[in-house]
Design a protein around this ligand. Sequence first.
Ligand code: NAD
Ligand code: WQD
Length: 339
Amino acid sequence: MKVLVTGGTGYIGSHTCVELIEAGHTPIVLDNLYNSSAEALHRVAQITGQEVPFYEGDVRDEALLRQIFDAHRDIGCVIHFAGLKAVGESVQKPLDYYENNLSSTMALCRVMGQYGVKKIIFSSSATVYSADNEIPYREDSRIGGCTSPYGWSKFMCEQILRDIANADPQWSVVLLRYFNPVGAHPSGLIGEDPRGIPNNLMPFISQTAIGKREVLSIFGNDYPTPDGTGVRDYIHVVDLARGHVAAVDYLTAHTGEAVFNLGTGTPCSVLEMVHAFEKANGVTVPYIFAPRRSGDLPAYYADPAKSCETLGWKAELNVIDMCRDTWHWQSKNPNGYDA
Ligand code: NAD
Ligand code: WQD
């Protein structure tokens, strides 16, 4: 199937292009390169032997969207990755986040509807779950009470898409709630390439291991968790990408709205991740304990049972695979996609 992938030069989008191609689909990418490099798609071509048609532009540009749907009359569904994703920045720039994340989703759905393409997979996040839920989080756990404009923008996009599916029974909407995507393609050709100082744990670990950062600050060692550090559900980006391929299959057979967790269901603490990285790669990651980071929860992870039963998808790769593949990418590309 021909699949329009918005945000397809980004971290998760580029890995998903690889898995789509390997499953026999044909991705077409639209991205404004705000947080990514077109080089990612050259690397996808190196891995798969297939060039990916690329449109540089903004998802909010409806004329450009129409141009793409006119040029590719056989687009069967859309995977909508494009968006801003830095939690802390969203607190500083709420309007930018609501404007980009909501307007792009609405423009995309409007044009999709005009062209009769009514199948969409949306990148949502575990951040939409309320902090007062029991863990692990299930798809029917409470949502809302988000702690950042970023989180609310995902919550609101989910609601917009649910309303679209309610209004027109021809629509098929899949909301995928990602837990903590990490790792890189085993080829070491594509991976996460954050701009500036990384906010997230895994890129900070790998940049510390390679000497770009002096020391990792572990935010909090007094949480009510087995070793006192924060616990999350880290998922290998290749497993995550394969979850999207499973969702494409699901979309073709169903209408209405469905939501799935994409996580492993295996909790992992910050200290466990640091030690796994050292063990997997034979490197040292210097760290210090620092105060808790504002807004962080002590622990959460996914119940992935519904994804397994309904999508027939299950994460296969473990924390050692995540650490090995991150390091492979980091050491082959110390400056990311910049030469
Ligand atoms: P990313 O920043 O690497 O990819 C997003 C891409 O969207 C970038 O290439 C960016 O240039 C592009 N983009 C942003 N706004 C755009 C617009 N208006 N028009 C066209 N392109 C635009 O991020 P990622 O980690 O690959 O995340 C992909 C999606 O998954 C995002 O929606 C993100 O919110 C969601 N998500 C990510 C995580 C995570 O931890 N990485 C977790 C949960 C959900
Ligand atoms: C993981 C753990 C930190 C950095 C974020 C978003 C979430 C989703 C995924 C988009 C926590 C600790 C981190 C560091 C540390 N993204 N940590 N030192 O916060 O679980 O989730 O990314 O939807 O919405 O909030 O991920 O990687 O930032 O943190 O000790 O330098 O690592 O305190 O316990 P988080 P993270």
